[in-house]
Design a binder for this molecule. Structure first.
Ligand SMILES: NC(=O)c1ccc[n+]([C@@H]2O[C@H](COP(=O)([O-])OP(=O)(O)OC[C@H]3O[C@@H](n4cnc5c(N)ncnc54)[C@H](OP(=O)(O)O)[C@@H]3O)[C@@H](O)[C@H]2O)c1
Length: 458
């Protein structure tokens, strides 16, 4: 978790002509007490403003596009500063350090903005200096709606405000659960368990910009499992034993002998999806003499639209997993059954709109959101486009009756900042199915440890 520490005038001024234009020894003492023993991250101008000397008893990280020769401390016993060519270059080091140390972003304006724009700041410690003057050329602004003021203390020469990040994007998920609880109707369904169901325009939106990845933080979701399942689909596979061998057991229930028999697939070997996502994505309509590889078509069409070669598919960048001819030969008809993508020439971004016909919201929705976000990222890499937005609409949103007791713990569980998903290779693989788990790093993922056990209803 990364925090910001900042001192500002009441109107948000933080600096003028490369300096802090006030003297407030009490706030300085607070700054040193807070950051001692921690990691401090600053821009090159701020480094200059503190005399180009590392702050003692802290790991100093400086961001500058022109990296000087490493300073090894010159025998002073003080560790020299670590220089990085950009904040992104510092990600890996910060990710490792954040496991054992507090990280404080200490300015200036450009570095504060970088981390705030990416939603990577957990807490802001903001000192409002009472006699700060009025001349400023650098400012600090908290993004609207992203932080709650959790405490405010008058310390005489300054007021210490502490602000806590709230994950407004993930709160769309918890708010949907609350809406289902209060407005949903009791319904019966294929499992015989019974649900509270809300049918309607349940739409959630997430930013994927700057490599932000909407992996649930109110509880932990294993990214490797999301990755393995998506790659299984992208390889056109339907034999669930492949997932089981990879330690991913999420499809066991719906493809067990009993589950297949229940839907009349008595001739189908256990742990087979038959007409699952992989079949539709890579061989839609197979068995009729002709089929479509929707994934290859999607990549080609996005590339055509991006290059301007052919715009005919611009509004038809669609991936479907619903074939009425094959519904009677499915272990489970697709829930996230229709994806539409959109390329924006203005921003060079690829965005995704996912339509879910049905969602077991507490159990599966955040997983499906992670899958859609990852699919979009893989398409970004394959088509050299930037990640844009992800919109997910769930028409039939439900909570199973046997999950109702767990909802209190789920809704109480704190959320935190979404992680960054980083692709570590310089170039895309030859084919989308060639991506490997080791090509990706999930950075700054610190989900709540709340243990929420939800059994899958089959
Ligand atoms: N009141 C407070 O709490 C507080 C705290 C800190 C600073 N300040 C004040 O804020 C002012 C400095 O703020 P600032 O925004 O002008 O400067 P800054 O953020 O301290 O440093 C800017 C420099 O950092 C490097 N940098 C920033 N973003 C980068 C990126 N994405 N990639 C690569 N390098 C990057 C660049 O160095 P290169 O040019 O070398 O590439 C850039 O010129 C000063 O007046 C300072 O006194 C106030």
């Amino acid at each position: 978790m990364m925090n910001i520490i900042v001192a500002s005038s009441p109107s948000g001024g933080i600096g003028n002509q490369g300096k802090i234009p006030w003297k407030c020894p009490e706030d300085m003492a607070h700054f040193h007490a807070m950051t001692r023993g921690a990691v401090v991250v600053m821009g090159r101008t701020t480094w200059g403003s503190i005399g180009s000397k590392p702050l003692e008893d802290r790991i100093n990280i400086i961001i500058s596009s022109s990296q000087p020769t490493p300073d090894l401390g010159g025998g002073s016993g003080q560790l020299g500063p670590m220089w990085f060519k950009s904040p992104e270059d510092a990600y890996n080091t910060l990710n490792i350090l954040s496991k054992s140390k507090l990280i404080y972003i200490i300015g200036g304006e450009s570095i504060y903005n970088f981390f705030l724009e990416r939603g990577l700041v957990g807490k802001i410690y903001q000192s409002i200096i009472v006699n700060a003057g009025a001349q400023f050329d650098r400012h600090f602004k908290t993004p609207a709606g992203q932080f709650d003021l959790i405490s405010s203390e008058d310390r005489g020469s300054y007021i210490l405000n502490i602000l806590q990040f709230k994950n407004a994007e993930e709160e769309q998920f918890t708010n949907l659960i609350r809406r289902i609880q209060s407005n949903g109707e009791l319904t019966m369904d294929r499992t015989g368990v019974g649900c509270r169901t809300l049918f309607g325009n349940n739409c959630l939106s997430f930013s994927l910009r700057h490599d932000k990845f909407p992996l649930a933080t109110h509880r932990s979701i294993p990214f490797r499992h999301v990755f393995e399942e998506l790659m299984f689909f992208l390889r056109g596979q339907t034999d669930v034993n492949i997932l089981r061998d990879a330690g991913v057991n999420i499809w066991n229930g719906n493809t067990s002998r009993a589950a297949l028999d229940k839907v009349g697939l008595t001739d189908v070997p256990e742990y087979t999806m038959i007409n699952g996502y992989g079949e539709h994505w890579r061989r839609f309509g197979s068995g009729t003499g002709k089929y479509s590889d929707q994934i290859v078509a999607l990549i080609n069409n996005i590339s055509d639209v991006k290059s301007g070669r052919d715009y005919s598919a611009a509004r038809r960048l669609i991936l479907l997993s619903w074939n009425p001819d094959k519904l009677d030969r499915c272990a489970l008809p697709g829930c996230h059954f229709a994806y539409q993508f959109n390329y924006s020439r203005e921003s060079d971004e690829l965005s995704c709109f996912l339509f879910q016909r049905s969602s077991d919201v507490p159990l599966a929705l955040m997983w499906n959101i992670a899958t859609a976000a990852l699919l979009t990222r893989l398409l970004n890499i394959m088509t050299n486009t930037k990640p844009g937005l992800l919109h997910v609409v769930v028409s039939n949103a439900h909570i199973y009756q046997n999950h109702a007791a767990e909802m209190e713990a789920l809704l109480r569980s704190p959320t935190t900042t979404f992680p960054i998903l980083r692709y570590t290779r310089d170039a895309p693989p030859a084919k989308i199915e060639d991506f490997a788990f080791v090509d990706f790093e999930v950075l700054f993922y610190r989900p709540s440890k709340t243990n929420i056990k939800l059994a899958m209803n089959v």
